[in-house]
Design a binder for this molecule. Structure first.
Ligand SMILES: Cc1ncc(COP(=O)(O)O)c(C=O)c1O
Length: 432
């Protein structure tokens, strides 16, 4: 029997971390209000809660307009339609992200072009974008991943130079600010998810924000079966679908947004404390802070684990050991999308991969993004944001568990354990 919980020792922590999502009486009252109104449909039928939420959500992110939609994936898809992405166009995406960033590009029959991430932030590496631009490139789709921002200054500069549109995937960045500008408000459109793990959530949902009325109108039409938008200033007519967010879900979002600033403050304080505890821990690296991030939106707190500085013990063993000490965390949280089992792309299903191409594009084999692969398969360790919603002691326990595991790292060498085997699999392939 060893000292670590995974080898039979006492776990450092028995108490659970705060659960997520949370709700208060405000959500119950809002749901009752919708129920008794019998106006349950998505906006504009009529969507009192959705409209009020969208107004406040846009303001929070320094944007003029916001439209609720039924998922974050749809928020990206609707944004791609709004900027006029057509079959065969190329859209630059980071390799290290959730598949939901990339799927919508294929859904509008465009071609995702994967670019590597910056090892300092794990976000799209702006310095590698220009090499990926071709005459077919129409847009850049950066993701503000985990707790950092893609370098929006550089990305907007490149976009302006090459006349490209920018859609910010802000699924992790609710309330975040870059140089005083809200996440999603700097590009042409910003796409948010309200799926149940997100910083504000209604179970499933999303929103698109923009400062451009024409795009706003196109998004409204696209998600509302092609109907004219409420303002219809630009009189654009497109085929649309029903991607509306129901009013019960919209009603929950208001109170969630109200609590966001207070929760962000708690998370930020605890995370800064955690960082002070990680100083002088050679096996652990932190993502580089960027003073241009003027309001942090930490969705997942991400650290780097350096196996060569931990007696070559693989990350799966380290993460599994931490989990058994009572600290929820994940290593293989994302894979480079082109390698993920959730990306079994078949070119027969996506004609753009062969149209006007000398060779059919094989998206699974044509990219190599070493930083994304290092983050995905070796280094990154993700802690859910709710780990940092508790007390200073809860936060200290994360640091204490990391130190305990590192101090006893020898116990993990060559160890076989179900939790380790599970950690070697991508999230979609694991036993739950
Ligand atoms: C980075 C990123 N993009 C897009 C999405 C898609 O959002 P949804 O799950 O609401 O469709 C997610 C959600 O998990 C995400 O994390």
């Amino acid at each position: 029997m060893g000292k670590l919980a995974i080898t039979g020792g006492e776990p450092l922590r028995q108490a659970p971390y705060p659960c997520w999502p949370t709700y208060t009486r405000a959500e119950s009252l809002a749901l009752d209000d919708v129920l008794s109104s019998t106006k349950w449909g998505g906006q504009p039928f009529p969507g009192k809660h959705a409209v009020a939420f969208a107004k406040k959500f846009a303001e929070t992110h320094t944007a003029k307009y916001a439209q609720c939609v039924n998922t974050g994936t749809v928020a990206i898809q609707a944004s791609l339609k709004a900027i006029g992405i057509r079959p065969g166009d190329e859209v630059i995406v980071p390799a290290y992200t959730w598949e939901g960033t990339v799927g919508p590009v294929l859904l509008v029959n465009a071609v995702p072009i994967f670019v590597d991430v910056d090892p300092d932030t794990y976000c799209l590496d702006a310095s590698k974008i220009e090499a990926a631009i071709t005459p077919k490139t129409k847009a850049i789709l950066p993701v503000h991943l985990g707790m950092r921002f893609a370098d929006m200054d550089a990305i907007l500069r490149i976009a302006a130079k090459h006349k490209l549109k920018v859609i910010e995937d802000c699924a992790h960045a609710h309330g975040g600010m870059w140089m005083g500008k809200g996440a999603g408000s700097m590009g042409d459109l910003g796409a948010f998810s309200f799926q149940s793990s997100k910083l504000i959530t209604c179970g499933e949902g999303g929103a698109v924000i923009t400062n451009n009325l024409e795009y706003f109108e196109l998004v409204q039409s696209y998600i509302n079966a092609g109907r004219a938008s409420l303002t219809d200033h630009y009189k654009k007519r497109i085929i649309g679908f029903n991607y509306r967010l129901g009013e019960f879900q919209a009603a929950i979002l208001g109170p969630q947004l109200d609590r966001l600033p207070e929760q962000a403050q708690i998370r930020t304080k605890n995370m800064l404390h955690f960082e002070s505890r990680m100083k002088d821990t050679p096996a652990i690296g932190l993502l580089k802070p960027d003073p241009r991030i003027t309001r942090l939106a930490p969705y997942g707190y991400v650290i780097k684990y350096f196996s060569p500085k931990a007696k070559e013990v693989p990350r799966a063993n380290f993460v599994a050991a931490l989990q058994l000490e009572g600290v929820p965390c994940d290593g293989l949280f994302y894979e480079p999308v082109y390698k993920s089992s959730l990306f079994p792309v078949d070119s027969a299903d996506f004609p753009a991969l062969s149209w006007n191409r000398e060779k059919v594009l094989d998206l699974r084999s044509m990219f190599s993004c070493p930083e994304s692969e290092r983050a995905a398969y070796q280094e990154a360790v993700w802690f859910p944001h709710q780990n940092f919603l508790g007390s200073a002691q809860d936060t200290d326990d994360i640091a204490n568990a990391i130190h305990k595991v590192l101090d006893n790292i020898e116990e993990l060498r060559g160890l076989d354990h179900k939790a380790i085997r599970n950690q070697k699999l991508g999230r979609a392939d694991r036993e739950s």
